[in-house]
Design a protein around this ligand. Structure first.
Ligand SMILES: [Zn+2]
Length: 440
């Protein structure tokens, strides 16, 4: 089957930027033709392609004129909730949300029930995802047995089962355990992802520490709770000469620490989520539990520092930390509400705001949401001949209002309800297969 994506502006950082036609066959990109370029094998001839001297009918044409065509986006921080919490999300609903949001690949966090700390759970997730045949799902496994932070899992066995990175997705209190985990993971070439937080400093806090928390009578989490964790893990990364990725950076102090560490050659990378450069703790006024998350929404200064960190390359990745919860966990008092928001279906328009503001170029956005996560995880990404046809098409003009009732995710917990958005994915293709389409 031959598919033509024609007339779109192809943006692949450091590789392509221009109006091009892409021809896809057998799950792969087989031809990239610049506008106006005419050769014997031009796919731009209406409904036929000339391949190796043969004239073949094009089965499927997508007109991407005026749209942006990019490598399939990848979200490296997603909670799929299955097994164990299928009332919050299933692998199927999570994958559907990803496809609608423009993501060709997602990484599944291990905090399921049972925890993904053994090959059975990793294989279960991979098997379910393969049966769905929608977006690519890469399981992350836990660093410690049952996320207890004290016993190392069998990393070699997990890698064999298909796990590509390790994280407890919660603070690791014991620095000695973290050191051993980094050393052990290094032996298997597995990336460690850290949720940096000093749990004693943040204990009891439900929002950012500061004037707004005082005003609302809520207990706060200081910036230092995150930065102490970031600095410790940088130190352990240097000690063990291993690779470490820091998840959801939210404070200016963390950005500064990461920048300094990168400057002296420490092998760390970092991610943030759209909420941390979009919303400040001001959003918590009114006690909307959809503004409760961990790390919490920070001050306006921090929001600016995160955007700056993305602009100057200190922060490599934008990942959503898609954390669906049911209304049972959110329609309660602020203190008692679960942490986390859904993100797969709002990430693209929120990232496009950075482009609109001039913080990121379009190529920069593609780097943060596709090619950088792929590079960090050792996966393939990019618009190249012979590469898997994982492609996202974005319409920069499309305006709409967020209505969580329209989400494919089971989670409705978004702080962006009723927000006006501009720009969204109109086509998501995974291995040549269209998994979402809102384009003629
Ligand atoms: Zn998370």
């Amino acid at each position: 089957m031959l598919t033509l994506i024609k007339g779109g502006r192809v943006v692949d950082p450091g590789n392509l930027d221009g109006v091009m036609d892409l021809l896809v066959s057998d799950g792969k990109i087989i031809e990239i033709r610049k506008k106006g370029e005419k050769k014997g094998s031009s796919p731009a001839d209406g409904d036929h392609a000339f391949l190796n001297g043969e004239k073949l009918p094009i089965d499927q044409v997508f007109d991407a004129t005026g749209k942006i065509v990019m490598p399939g986006l990848m979200d490296m921080h997603v909670h799929l909730r299955e097994p164990g919490y299928e009332y919050k999300e299933t692998i199927e609903t999570g994958c559907r949300a990803a496809a609608h949001g423009g993501f060709a690949s997602i990484c599944a966090m291990p905090d399921t029930n049972p925890v993904n700390d053994n090959r059975q759970v990793a294989e279960f997730i991979l098997k379910k995802a393969a049966a769905l045949d929608m977006v690519k799902v890469y399981p992350f496994a836990a660093l410690s047995r049952g996320l207890n932070g004290d016993i190392l899992n069998e990393y070699g066995e997990l890698k064999q089962a298909g796990v590509i990175a390790l994280t407890d997705n919660r603070p690791i209190r014991n620095s000695q355990f973290m050191r051993r985990a980094l050393e052990y993971a290094k032996g298997f070439g597995l990336l460690v992802i850290s949720h940096c937080e000093d749990p004693d400093l943040s204990a009891g806090g439900v929002m950012n520490e500061g004037a707004i928390a005082t005003q609302l009578g809520l207990s706060g989490i200081p910036n230092a709770a995150e930065c102490v964790g970031v600095m410790r893990d940088i130190a352990l990364c240097e000690l063990t000469d291993s690779r470490l990725h820091i998840a959801h950076v939210s404070t200016k102090e963390s950005v500064r620490a990461i920048q300094a560490a990168k400057g002296r050659g420490v092998k760390i990378t970092a991610a943030t989520a759209p909420q941390y450069y979009t919303l400040s703790d001001n959003a918590v006024i009114g006690y909307n539990t959809h503004t409760k998350m961990n790390p919490p929404l920070r001050s306006r200064d921090d929001v600016q520092a995160i955007a700056q960190g993305l602009a100057d390359g200190t922060i490599d990745v934008i990942a959503s930390d898609h954390a669906p919860h049911s209304s049972i966990e959110k329609e309660v008092e602020f203190d008692l509400a679960a942490d986390g928001i859904v993100g797969l279906e709002t990430s693209v328009p929120l990232a496009l705001r950075l482009v609109e503001q001039g913080t990121l170029s379009l190529a920069g956005l593609v780097a943060k949401m596709a090619t950088n996560p792929a590079r960090i995880l050792g996966l393939e990404s990019g618009i190249r001949i012979g590469a898997p046809a994982d492609i996202t098409v974005i319409d920069l003009e499309k305006k709409y209002t967020v209505n969580s009732n329209n989400f494919q995710s089971l989670g409705r917990n978004t702080p962006f309800e009723n927000r006006q958005m501009q720009g969204r994915a109109v086509l998501t293709m995974v291995g040549g297969k269209v998994v979402y389409k809102h384009l003629n």
